[in-house]
Design a protein around this ligand. Structure first.
Ligand code: GLN
Length: 486
């Protein structure tokens, strides 16, 4: 029982079916890795050992009874934004440091039903606001490739944990890039599905028209297994889409010869670091070898995406976070003198400074007299950006570019400069504004650090981008490279 952390979901599942080891043994193996290695990373905020072992025993019975699926008995971690019954859900915030959810998010339920074992919860930026994991109440996460650098955010704990092989896979959420950017900076594969493909029920809301959950894994193949279980209509989420789920695993091996890939011109302009450009070019050469046809393509309005996002996302967050008032759940200040004092001090103490900044921007943008100038205008820009994509997908099957303009930056480097932090998502945000699916996968390393190749699909074409990523991973070993010491 060595090197189990190097195996894919399909390999582990075959071994479990074969009786080579039990899910309980596999679960103990990963719990031991978390205990031994995570002190250097701070990627896991809650270890749910007892629940994990109990779930593993149930999985073992299911395997023995012959009614296991491909995920039965596989140990994963959940981002701490997903409500988990009986296990603390803090969303990176002091506000929810005392919150134990009475119910499971739909993503958690679906994965449980598939037999997945939850090892615990991963660290994240507070309420998923950030690109470096430095806004967490639980302290920053370190990048396993270089512990002086950030793992990206907001799903930085999930990305670091998967990169260090502390779990087979993890869940994440992506509002403006929070699955793809940390996946890029930590050298793993992360997929943001089409808006509405995965239920948002029980996923603590940041910006409801943008938030979407997805898998963070070592390979596109593993991501296909996870997404197959996570996706699907949920009557508890009015924005989830009533549409059958494709067979992502069956689509993985399709031939990609003749696939038309648009190289997004605006993603290769100034601002893109030269090493990153070279890594993208190596990946593009590999795609040509596989028979794909690469064409130059423009998304002329993508320049406006960060500006539009930083009106829409704060506006929605100021509304969503109004429920944290110290009355029903969450942090409550000591000895309030009256109701207003209770609201004010509970919120002042419970939220960190980035969250407060967003609430203030959002409340301002939504206020009477400014609504038309900001929120309405941003929604119009959003439509124009979506129209650019619609036109692009009339000409090509998939769009390509980097997921992030640079490799992992140093801890503290952008902490005092919110605008430069916001620009970390310059290549990911347009996809959220349009509601499209996209993934980031490892390209060749740049100066010893991971670089993320982004593949963007048309609506509900998760299967196609997973297929392309899988073919690329069969023909390369970029996704197999690992940080030293893990
Ligand atoms: N970094 C972006 C932000 O801070 C995106 C975060 C996310 O996708 N949750 O809003």
């Amino acid at each position: 029982m060595t090197d189990l952390h190097l195996k894919s979901i399909a390999q582990l599942s075959a071994d479990l079916a074969d009786g080579q080891y039990s899910s309980e043994e596999l679960t103990r193996y990963f719990l031991e890795r978390i205990g031994r290695l995570d002190a250097s990373l701070n990627s896991v905020v809650t270890v749910a050992e007892e629940q994990a072992l109990a779930a593993a025993r149930v999985a073992d019975q299911r395997i023995q009874a012959g009614n296991a699926g491909p995920l039965t008995g596989i140990p994963i971690l959940h981002k701490d934004i997903f409500c988990t019954q009986g296990v603390k859900t803090a969303c990176g915030s002091r506000m929810l440091d005392n919150f134990i959810s009475p119910y499971d998010a739909t993503v958690v339920t679906r994965l449980k039903d598939a037999g997945v074992v939850m090892l615990g919860k991963t660290n994240m930026d507070e309420f998923a606001m950030g690109s470096s994991n430095e806004t967490s109440f639980y302290g920053p996460v370190k990048n396993p490739w270089d512990r002086e650098r950030v793992p990206g955010g907001s799903s930085g704990g999930s990305a670091a944990a998967v990169a260090a092989r502390l779990a087979v896979a993890a869940t994440g959420t992506d509002t403006g890039g929070s699955i793809r950017q940390p996946a890029a900076l930590c050298g793993i594969t992360g997929l943001k599905p089409t808006y509405g493909r995965v239920s948002r029920y029980g996923m603590i809301a940041f910006a409801s028209s943008l938030d979407q959950a997805g898998p963070m894994t070592r390979s596109a193949e593993d991501a296909a297994y996870l997404l197959a279980a996570m996706a699907g209509f949920d009557e508890r989420d009015s924005t989830s889409v009533y549409r059958p789920v494709d067979d992502y695993v069956a689509q993985l091996d399709q031939d990609v010869r003749g696939m038309k890939i648009g190289v997004v011109r605006e993603f290769f302009e100034e601002g893109l670091n030269s090493g990153m450009r070279a890594a993208m070019e190596a990946a593009m050469d590999k795609l040509r070898e596989l028979g794909a046809e690469l064409v130059d393509l423009s998304l002329p309005n993508s320049h406006h995406s960060v500006a539009a996002y930083y009106v829409v996302a704060p506006a929605e967050c100021s509304s969503n976070l109004s429920r944290f008032d110290g009355v029903r759940f969450g942090h409550r200040c000591d000895n309030p003198v009256d109701l207003e004092d209770l609201y004010k001090r509970s919120r002042a103490e419970g939220f960190g400074s980035e969250v407060k900044r967003r609430i203030m921007i959002g409340a301002y943008a939504l206020s009477a007299g400014y609504y038309d100038a900001y929120y309405l205008k941003a929604q119009q820009v959003r439509q124009v950006i979506a129209d650019d994509f619609r036109e692009a997908f009339g000409k090509v099957d998939v769009l390509l570019g980097p997921a992030s303009p640079e490799t992992a930056f140093r801890l503290g480097e952008k902490a005092d400069d919110p605008v430069s932090m916001y620009l970390s998502d310059i290549y990911t945000i347009a996809v959220n504004l349009a509601g499209l699916p996209a993934l980031s996968m490892p390209a060749p390393l740049v100066d010893g650090l991971p670089a993320g190749l982004q593949l963007i699909g048309n609506y509900f074409e998760e299967g196609r981008i997973l297929n392309l990523a899988h073919r690329l991973q069969l023909a390369s070993d970029w996704h197999l490279q690992m940080p030293e010491g893990y």
